[in-house]
Design a binder for this molecule. Structure first.
Ligand code: ZN
Length: 419
C-alpha cells in the first residue's frame, strides 16, 4: 500500500540530503520507487556512528542556508549510549510530529496542552543554547514545573514530591524508576497525592509490571507508556488495551534480526521518521530491542502494529565465559519470575557483572519480606534457566533503596563492569 508521507520524505532526502543522494546513486536506488514500508528494505540501515562521522551530510541543504536555517531547532540525544548527536528539526515539523501524541493523550486520558504538568530534566535549552541546570524550574507561564534529575537521591525526590503536591499538576511525565521511588515515598510517609492528578506518562526506561502496578495503585490514576527518541519524536504509545501501538502517521517501525525484518520475534528496533525533513532518519537503529506484532485484533480497535520494547539498550550485555554476549533482559526475566513465585517481594533490583561468572544482585524487598532474604535468593537461583549462568557466582545484597545514577539521572538495572 502506497504511503504518501514516505514517498514525499524519500524523494526529499534524495534531492536535498547529500548522504542519501550519494547513497542512492551509488547502489542504484530510484527514490520514486520507494513507496511503501515494504520497499524500505532496498535502503541500507543507518547507525548512529555513521551520522557522527559525517554529520553535515545528513542535514538537508535547504536547512543549511537562509531562509530555512532560521526554522531550525536543535535537539540532542540523551546520551544514554554515550554517543552524542545533534539533531536538526524544522520547528514546524517538530510540532507536527508531536501532534498525534497530543491527540491521543487528549482522547484516551483527557490531557490537553493547557494543563499543568511536571517532569524531570537532565539538560535545559533556551532556543538552541544550553542553559545552566537549575534544581527546579517553573516555565510555560506557570503551567510547568520541572526538576533536575542529576544527583537525585531518595531525599531529593521527597523534596521534589512536596513541591509537586503544592504545584498540584494535572499530569506527570516521568521515567519509571523515579515514578516508582515517588510511590515508595508516598506510601512510606503516608503523603497525599495531588488532588488534580489525572494521569502519569512514562518514558525513557523499561517499565516493569510490578512498578506499573504499584504506581497506579499509589496515585490512583492511569499510567501510559510512551516510546520515542529525539531523532523521530514519538514512536509508540500505550492505549487502554495496555499495548503500545506504533504512531503510524509519524514513523515507520521495523524490527530486524540478522538484518532481516521479523514479525513476532525479538530483534533490533529501527525507525523511519516521516516528519523530519531537516535531517531525515531512514531505517535508523534506535539501540533498543523489541517485538513488532502486525497481525492482531487488539481490543482497543487500533489496527496499527503493536510494539513491545524490551528492557536494556543493545549495548547492555552480559559477558559469558565463552566470550559470547547475552542480552541483560535475561536478568529482568529472572526477577519477574522470582516475583511471580514470591508475591512480588522484590521492589527494585540492580545487577552488576563484576567479573566473568560473577554477579552482584542488589535487591530491595518489601518490608514484610525482610525475614525471607534467603528464600528470595534461592528462588532467584532456581529461576535461572540458562546453562551459561547456572554456574556463575551470585552475590546477594539487600538494600533499602536504589537511586538513579547520580551523574546521568538514569536508572540502570544492569551494569557491566567488564565493558
Ligand atoms: Zn490496542
Amino acid at each position: 500500500m502506497k504511503n504518501q508521507n514516505l514517498s514525499t520524505l524519500i524523494e526529499y532526502a534524495y534531492r536535498h540530503v547529500k548522504y542519501y543522494h550519494e547513497l542512492f546513486n551509488k547502489i542504484g536506488i530510484d527514490a520514486s520507487l520507494i513507496q511503501s514500508s515494504e520497499d524500505l528494505i532496498k535502503i541500507p540501515i543507518l547507525k548512529k556512528d555513521t551520522i557522527q562521522e559525517q554529520m553535515t551530510d545528513f542535514i538537508s541543504d535547504e536547512y543549511q542556508k537562509f531562509p530555512k536555517n532560521e526554522n531550525v531547532v536543535i535537539k540532542r540525544t540523551s546520551g544514554s549510549t554515550g554517543k552524542y548527536l545533534k539533531i536538526y528539526w524544522d520547528y514546524k515539523d517538530d510540532i507536527k510530529s508531536l501532534m498525534p501524541l497530543w491527540t491521543l493523550r487528549s482522547r484516551l486520558y483527557g490531557i490537553d496542552p493547557k494543563m499543568k504538568w511536571c517532569s524531570f530534566y537532565s539538560t535545559r535549552y533556551e532556543g538552541n543554547k544550553i542553559k545552566p541546570l537549575l534544581p527546579k524550574e517553573v516555565a510555560l507561564n506557570g503551567r510547568y514545573m520541572g526538576f533536575s534529575k542529576i544527583g537525585l537521591t531518595y531525599k531529593k525526590i521527597e523534596d521534589n514530591y512536596r513541591d509537586i503536591l503544592e504545584f498540584n499538576p494535572d499530569w506527570l511525565l516521568l521515567q519509571p524508576s523515579i515514578a516508582y521511588l515517588m510511590s515508595q515515598i508516598v506510601k512510606e510517609h503516608n503523603l497525599p497525592v495531588p488532588s488534580n492528578l489525572k494521569y502519569i506518562e512514562m518514558s525513557g526506561e523499561y517499565l516493569f509490571d510490578n512498578y506499573k502496578k504499584q504506581i497506579e495503585e499509589t496515585f490512583d490514576v492511569y499510567t501510559a507508556n510512551q516510546y520515542g527518541c529525539n531523532e523521530a519524536n514519538e514512536i509508540a504509545y500505550e492505549f487502554k488495551c495496555r499495548n503500545m501501538h506504533v504512531i503510524e502517521n509519524n514513523v515507520i517501525v521495523e524490527v530486524l534480526k540478522d538484518g532481516k525484518p521479523v514479525i513476532n520475534e525479538e530483534g533490533d528496533i529501527y525507525v523511519t521518521s516521516l516528519k523530519n525533513f531537516a535531517m531525515p532518519f531512514i531505517r535508523y537503529q534506535t539501540g533498543d530491542r523489541g517485538i513488532l506484532i502486525t497481525d492482531h485484533n487488539c481490543s482497543c480497535k487500533n489496527k496499527a502494529p503493536i510494539l513491545k520494547v524490551n528492557s536494556g539498550r543493545s549495548s547492555d550485555f552480559l559477558l559469558l565465559e565463552n566470550g559470547e554476549k547475552m542480552n541483560s533482559y535475561v536478568l529482568a526475566n529472572i526477577v519477574e519470575y522470582t516475583n511471580e513465585n514470591m508475591s512480588s517481594a522484590i521492589k527494585q533490583f540492580q545487577i552488576t557483572q563484576t567479573d566473568i561468572n560473577k554477579f552482584n544482585v542488589n535487591l530491595v524487598v518489601k518490608s514484610s519480606y525482610s525475614g525471607w532474604k534467603n528464600a528470595i535468593s534461592e528462588c532467584f537461583l532456581d529461576n535461572i534457566q540458562e546453562e551459561e549462568l547456572k554456574n556463575a557466582k551470585w552475590n546477594f545484597i539487600f538494600s533499602d533503596e536504589i537511586c538513579p545514577d547520580k551523574n546521568t539521572g538514569k536508572f540502570k538495572y544492569f551494569i557491566n563492569e567488564l565493558i
